[in-house]
Design a protein around this ligand. Structure first.
Ligand code: ZN
Ligand code: ZN
Length: 342
C-alpha cells in the first residue's frame, strides 16, 4: 500500500501527462457506478444488520414478543387515532429536524471550541474554521432555522396531502424491512439524478449569483451549512430530490421518516469538514465548496458520466476520497506537499 502511494506521488510530482492520462482512464464510468453501488449497498447492509440486531436485543432483553416494530407502530397509530396529519408531521418534520440539530449541535461544539483534538485532527481544510467565525455562524444558523420553519415545514404539509391523495402513508401495516431497504436504494438514485442536474443548473451564471452564491460563501463548509441556502435553492435542490422518492413510490411514513433522517445525516457529513474514520468520505462535496466547478452530485456517478470530476481526480483530495478504516488522519497518511527530495 505504502509502495503504491509513493509511486503515485512520484508520478504526480513528475507531472507526466502520459501517466496522468493513464490514471484518468483507469477508472471509467463503470468504476464510478461500482463505487456508488458500494456506498449504497454497504449503507443498506449496515441498516439491515443494525435493524436485525436491534430487534433481536429488544426482543431478548426487553421481553418484547412477536413483531416488535409492528407492535410499536400499532401503539403509535392508536395514540394518534384520527390525527394522521399530526403523526405525519411528527415523522417527517420533527424527528428529522431533531436528528439534524443533535448531530449539528455536537459538530458545532467542535467547530466553536476547536476541541477535542482527536476530532479536529481529521479536519480536511486544516487552516480553516479554527475556530469558526461566530458572526458568520450566527447568520448561517438563522438562515437554516428560517429554511426549516418556513420552507421545509410548509413543503412537508404539501407532501402530506400529495401522499394521502395517492394512498395512506400512515397505514396500519408496516412495510417489510427488505421492501423499505429497496425503497431507500431507489430514493438514493433519484436524489443523485435530481440533485446533480438542479445543482448544475444553479451554477449557470445567470442563476448562480442570485440563488446559489449564498451556499458557496462557505468555501470550507461545516455541518450546519448543509441547508444554508437561498429559499429557492432549498426548495429545488435540497428538498425536492429527497421528497420526490416517497411521493412517487407512495411510501409508508416509517420509510419516509428513516429516509429524511438519513438524507440529513448524509448531507451533514458531506459538509462537516472532518474526514472521520468509518464514516462516508466528505472529500467530494468539500472539494466542490473549495473549487466551485467540480463534483456536483451526491455519489459521483453523474459527475463521472459528464466529466465534471476530471480535475478532482487529479488531486490529493481524490486520493483521500475513501472510507478511512484506520485512526491515522488522511492529511498525515496522504499529505498535501511532498517533502524535499521525493
Ligand atoms: Zn454544499
Ligand atoms: Zn454548488
Amino acid at each position: 500500500m505504502q509502495v503504491e502511494t509513493t509511486a503515485r506521488d512520484g508520478r504526480e510530482a513528475g507531472g507526466s501527462t502520459a501517466s496522468s492520462s493513464r490514471q484518468e482512464s483507469s477508472g471509467g464510468l463503470w468504476d464510478s457506478v461500482k463505487k456508488a453501488a458500494f456506498v449504497i449497498g454497504s449503507g443498506i447492509l449496515f441498516l439491515a444488520a443494525f435493524g436485525n440486531s436491534l430487534t433481536w436485543h429488544l426482543q431478548r432483553f426487553w421481553g418484547a414478543s412477536g413483531d416488535f416494530w409492528q407492535n410499536m407502530w400499532t401503539k403509535l397509530c392508536m395514540a394518534f387515532e384520527g390525527h394522521d396529519a399530526a403523526l405525519f408531521f411528527l415523522g417527517t418534520m420533527l424527528a428529522p429536524t431533531l436528528v439534524f440539530w443533535v448531530l449539528n449541535g455536537l459538530l458545532l461544539l467542535v467547530d466553536t471550541t476547536t476541541k477535542p483534538s482527536f476530532i479536529t485532527r481529521y479536519r480536511i481544510q486544516l487552516d480553516k474554521n479554527n475556530p469558526v467565525d461566530p458572526a458568520k455562524l450566527r447568520h448561517a444558523v438563522r438562515t437554516v432555522a428560517f429554511n426549516q420553519v418556513f420552507i421545509s415545514g410548509p413543503m412537508v404539509v404539501v407532501v402530506y396531502y400529495l401522499m394521502s391523495w395517492r394512498g395512506n402513508p400512515c397505514g396500519p401495516e408496516l412495510p417489510t424491512f427488505h421492501w423499505a431497504l429497496l425503497e431507500l436504494a431507489i430514493f438514493s438514485m433519484l436524489e443523485e439524478i435530481l440533485f446533480y442536474y438542479s445543482h448544475r443548473l444553479f451554477h449557470h451564471p445567470s442563476l448562480y449569483k442570485h440563488y446559489h452564491k449564498q451556499h458557496h460563501e462557505w468555501t470550507a463548509p461545516i455541518g450546519v451549512v448543509a441547508i444554508y441556502a437561498h429559499p429557492l435553492e432549498h426548495v429545488i435542490s435540497n428538498m425536492l430530490p429527497v421528497v420526490i422518492g416517497p411521493v412517487l413510490l407512495s411510501s409508508h411514513l416509517s420509510t419516509t421518516t428513516l429516509w429524511y433522517c438519513l438524507a440529513l445525516v448524509s448531507t451533514t457529513i458531506s459538509h462537516c469538514g472532518y474526514h472521520l474514520p468509518f464514516l462516508p468520505s466528505p472529500e467530494f462535496h468539500d472539494f466542490h465548496h473549495l473549487r466551485f466547478n467540480q463534483c456536483f452530485g451526491v455519489f459521483g456517478v453523474l459527475d463521472r458520466l459528464h466529466g465534471t470530476d476530471a480535475k478532482f481526480r487529479q488531486t490529493k483530495q481524490y486520493e483521500r476520497h475513501l472510507l478511512l478504516t484506520s485512526l491515522t488522519p488522511l492529511n498525515e497518511s496522504i499529505p498535501d506537499t511532498l517533502k524535499k527530495g521525493q
